[in-house]
Design a protein around this ligand. Structure first.
Ligand SMILES: C[S@@+](CC[C@H](N)C(=O)[O-])C[C@H]1O[C@@H](n2cnc3c(N)ncnc32)[C@H](O)[C@@H]1O
Length: 241
């Protein structure tokens, strides 16, 4: 995705957050304008048309904002013809521990995309996972302890249909100082939003991959750290279709 398209999509996706306050708007612009995972998810073609996406730890619903805005741009004919068109008719359900943030996402997105976004306050470990074709857990799994991670991954694997997809981003605990730096920035980001820095349970990348593969997912990985000092990796796990 070239810089011009990314800016256009960021502007389109974040306009709706203006009405929820300047901090939310700026937060959304910073994330959607700068975080490598959003263009990577579009380019990796992770969601099929009509997919029901469950976003665990959804924050303010930026994943939904990004994809729904891309779909809208394509429908208006302002998506470059030589690029793969964004998926259509996605529906997003989200769970977010900070109910306030889920509510910001609902207020921003629901008026623009009626019936397409429903974000709830709640612990992802208790969230109903049935009825999704794709589950996203972006920068969240490490906030729950290892037994809770295992149980959640089991529940997701059991609930996804054949061909279902699990997308996650994790830090690679084997990456030395780059991992420690990522953790430091993670804490600063929590602080910037007024949260206390929570404890974390991290694994080396090989162990994250093994956790998915042992459940039957075929896994691809992509570094999300190009040009940065971070140690973040996107994992896309697909069940046999
Ligand atoms: C680094 S943010 C990522 C937000 C979002 N996934 C994104 O990529 O923009 C991590 C989010 O996970 C949420 N979170 C942490 N533990 C959680 C849990 N057990 N259940 C639901 N959300 C949780 C935090 O409140 C925070 O909003």
């Amino acid at each position: 995705m070239n810089t011009q398209l990314r800016r256009h999509l960021r502007d389109h996706a974040t306009r709706a957050y203006l009405g929820t306050g300047l901090f939310n708007y700026r937060w959304a612009r910073g994330k959607l304008g700068g975080d490598a995972i959003f263009p990577a998810l579009l380019e990796a073609n992770v969601f099929r048309d009509g997919a029901r996406v469950l976003d665990l730890g959804c924050g303010r619903g930026l994943l939904a904002a990004w994809f729904l805005a891309a779909e809208q741009m394509a429908a208006r004919g302002v998506w470059p013809a030589h690029l793969r068109q964004p998926p259509r008719d996605l529906r997003f359900r989200g769970f977010e521990l900070m109910a306030r943030e889920a509510e910001v996402g609902n207020r921003a997105l629901q008026p623009h995309f009626p019936g397409r976004v429903e974000l709830c306050g709640g612990d992802m470990c208790e969230a109903p996972v049935a009825g999704a074709d794709a589950v996203a857990i972006l920068d969240v799994l490490h906030y729950v302890d290892f037994p809770a991670q295992e149980k959640l991954l089991d529940r997701i694997r059991d609930a996804l249909p054949p061909g279902g997809v699990l997308i996650t981003r994790v830090g690679d605990a084997a990456a030395g100082w780059r991992f420690r730096f990522s953790q430091f920035v993670d804490r600063c980001m929590a602080g910037a939003q007024g949260h206390a820095a929570p404890p974390t349970w991290c694994r080396p990348l090989a162990a994250w991959v093994a956790a998915l593969e042992s459940r039957g997912f075929a896994v691809t990985t992509a570094s999300m750290s190009q040009g940065t000092p971070f140690a973040n990796v996107m994992l896309v796990g697909r069940l046999p279709g």
